[in-house]
Structure formats: C-alpha cells, structure tokens
Design a protein around this ligand. Structure first.
Ligand code: SAM
Length: 392
C-alpha cells in the first residue's frame, strides 16, 4: 500500500513509527478487501480502521482523548473537559439507583476511564455509592488505560470496577455511553441517476478509493429522493447495538449521549455531503483514508433510528433533549455555584469546560441525550424540561 498523501496539507505529519503502524493496518485492510473480491462496504472499512485487533485506531496505542494536539491527542470529550460533567450525571445515576433499587452502572466504551472515576467519586460523596461499576470496552489497550486512570483517581474504589468481555445476561441500574454510538461503523450511500448506490472501498493504484455500486437500500432512505450527488449514512451497527442491549436491561435506565439529529434533520436535503468526519490532532476533516489507524473516523448519530430500535426491542423512551438542557435540568449550574471563585487555578478551567458543554456554538445544542427505561416509574430530572421526544 502507498502511504496516503496528507490531505488537507495543513495536517501535521505523523512520526515514522506511527507511519509504519498505519502502513501495517493499511496492508491488513487491503488484504480484507482482496479477500472480498476487491470491494468492501464502508462500514467494513471503518470497523477495521477503528477496531482491527492490535492495529485499529481504538485497539492500538494512539493517545486519542485529550485537550491539546501537543499531548498527542486527537479530540476532547465531555468527561475530559471537566469533572462537572460526571458530577452532574452522578445525580442522574442516583435517581436511577433509587428507582431501580440497584446501585449498579454499566458503561459502554469508557475511553480513558475519566467518566467512571468521576462518577464513582461523586456518587460516594453524595452518599449514594455505586456498588458495582462494569465497563464493556472493545479495546484491550483502553481497558489498561481505564484501569490506570481509576487506580490513580479513585484507588479505594477500583475494586468495585469490573471489565466485561460481553454483555451480561441481565443488568439492573444505569447503563450509560458517552460518544459511543458515533464510533460505530456506518454504511455510506450516494444518490445517482435517481437511485441509491452503496459507497464502498477498493484499492486502486496502491491507495484506498471509493467505489459506488448497487446494493440494498436501507429502510431509512427508502422514502428519500434527494438531488444527484447527495451522500449520507445509515446506522445499522448503532441500531443493532441498542437492540442487543435492550433485552439485557431488567430494571433501570439507558442513557446515550452523542452528537447528532433526529431523522428529519439528519436526512435534510441540504445536508448533502453527510456527516462522516475524521479527527487527527484536533483537526477535523473528511478523508477517511488519511493514515488509517492514526485518526478517529465518526459519523453523527441519527436518533430517530436509535429511538425506534430501543422501543421495538422493549424499552420505553424516557426522553430526548439537548446536552445543555439535560445538564441544566440535572443541576450543573448549582455545582458551578459551589466552586471557589477566588481560586483561578480551579475555577477558570471549570467555567471554561462548562461553557463548552453548554454553549450552542460548541457542544450544548449539537450533542443530545436520549434516555430509555425499563420497569421503573417516573422520569429523570435531566428530562424534566425541554423534552424533544416529539421531534424523533
Ligand atoms: C469516541 S470514544 C468515547 C470514549 C468515552 N466514552 C469518552 O466520552 O471519552 C468511543 C468509545 O466507544 C468504544 N466502543 C465502540 N463501539 C463499542 C461497542 N460496541 N461496545 C462498547 N464500546 C464500544 C470505543 O472503543 C471507545 O472507547
């Protein structure tokens, strides 16, 4: 495989060791494409680029989460911005513990382990300790990082944490996933001559390239007839994930937080180039073939399909709202009010983080929270006002 030329040219060039890693993963993906007679659907390419054992972006050692490109990271997530995110969610967890009678959390895709550590600490501080915190994580490398974060931040609570290799048979308590759905592989679709084609990946002249071919049209696109050239995604893996989790929840709630839109907005005719995005050293661009294994590849979440998958699989929709609304309802500003405003070293970063979480121009409006419930009464205070379930 040729090494992909940097695109756009402003992106930083990786170190030689990283380049070699990317070459190895590229060869691995190329052989999977050859084994599939020269073409794989995009979701297969994305699954390999992110999760190929020992090589994929999430399975190997890239720094990934962090605040600055200089620390080798590619993007920042809410739990990394400020512990006030987790501290607000801890209050929602306490409500679920109360309603379900089970002080248990199951976190999907726990990243660096930051959310787990801060949730455990805050629940303890609230006098509502979490009895067991289970993490289901695809990446072995991240498991080790999570263990290190927890051991450093909450050493006396680390024995409450278990790592699962698969979903348990049954679970009661709070299931939670922050920015997990957006990391699930998507299929790509292109409108051409009044038909939907599926966009897949081939190897041409030693580089990856898109090739569009006829294929089954996903249900979400069947009633859409946008202009020629329109590109979009379908989210079979994320929906299958919700369907697989639903029967496991015996009593409690499932909260999924991520960027995205309801179907009507997602598949708007003006969103003509879809939502596929890549992150490398805090630069966002749209080339999924740029150094496979060294960059994140993601798509926005289509929440109507997520809601339908959950409801069809037996969950009750608890609510759907913006991240800003959910955190404000959940008491984020009360927590800010308890900080020591005379200590600029802690106060300013905290207020900066809160501003990013809430601002319409940053994460406040683009990010949404969808909640499902099983066998519990009432709702969560996070959905008490500004529920947008009717937009799904
Ligand atoms: C964008 S990162 C978010 C990490 C973390 N939740 C945070 O907010 O910082 C996506 C995470 O989802 C995990 N992931 C992706 N698909 C998953 C699945 N089916 N089950 C569990 N974890 C998954 C990845 O390994 C990774 O840890």
């Amino acid at each position: 495989m040729n090494q992909a030329a940097p695109k756009p040219p402003s992106l930083p060039v990786p170190e030689p060791v990283a380049l070699e890693h990317s070459r190895q993963l590229s060869r691995h993906i190329a052989s999977a494409i050859a084994a599939a007679h020269g073409w794989v659907p995009f979701d297969r390419y994305m699954a390999l680029a992110l999760y190929a054992p020992g090589l994929g972006y999430y399975s190997a050692g890239a720094a990934k989460f962090g605040k600055l490109a200089s620390d080798g990271s590619d993007f920042v997530t809410a739990p990394e911005l400020t512990p006030l995110f987790a501290r607000t969610l801890a209050r929602q967890a306490a409500e679920v513990f109360e309603a379900s009678g089970a002080a248990h959390i199951l976190e999907f895709g726990a990243g660096s382990g930051r959310l787990a550590a801060d949730l455990l600490l805050e629940l303890e501080a609230l006098g509502r300790p979490c009895a067991q915190y289970a993490i289901l994580e695809l990446s072995g490398e991240l498991r080790e990082r999570q263990r290190a974060t927890l051991s450093a931040a909450a050493p006396h609570l680390v024995d409450r944490v278990i790592w699962l290799d698969a979903l348990p048979a049954a679970f009661s308590g709070l299931m939670i996933g922050n920015e997990v759905l957006d990391a699930m592989p998507v299929r790509l679709h292109v409108r051409r001559d009044g038909q939907w084609l599926e966009r897949g990946v081939t190897v041409r002249d030693g580089s990856f390239a898109f090739v569009d071919q006829a294929g089954a049209t996903p249900a979400a696109l069947r009633d859409l007839a946008p202009d020629d050239g329109y590109v979009t995604e379908s989210h079979e893996a994320a929906q299958a994930f919700v369907r697989s989790v639903a029967p496991v929840l015996a009593r409690g709630a499932l909260l999924l937080i991520d960027y995205g839109f309801p179907a009507r907005e997602y598949y708007h005719p003006q969103r003509a180039q879809g939502t596929l995005m890549c992150h490398y050293r805090h630069h966002a661009h749209d080339d999924p073939f740029y150094y496979p294994g060294l960059q994140d590849i993601t798509a926005h979440v289509e929440f109507t399909g997520i809601a339908e998958a959950g409801i069809e699989a037996g969950l009750e929709l608890l609510g759907f709202t913006s991240q800003a609304r959910f955190l404000l309802n959940g008491g984020l500003l009360d927590l800010v009010g308890t900080l020591d405003a005379t200590d600029p070293l802690t106060y300013l970063p905290a207020v900066n983080g809160v501003q990013k979480l809430l601002s319409e121009a940053e994460m406040g409006e683009l990010f949404k929270v969808i909640g499902f419930a099983k066998q519990i009464d009432g709702t969560l205070s996070g959905f008490a006002g500004g529920d947008r379930s009717h937009t799904l």
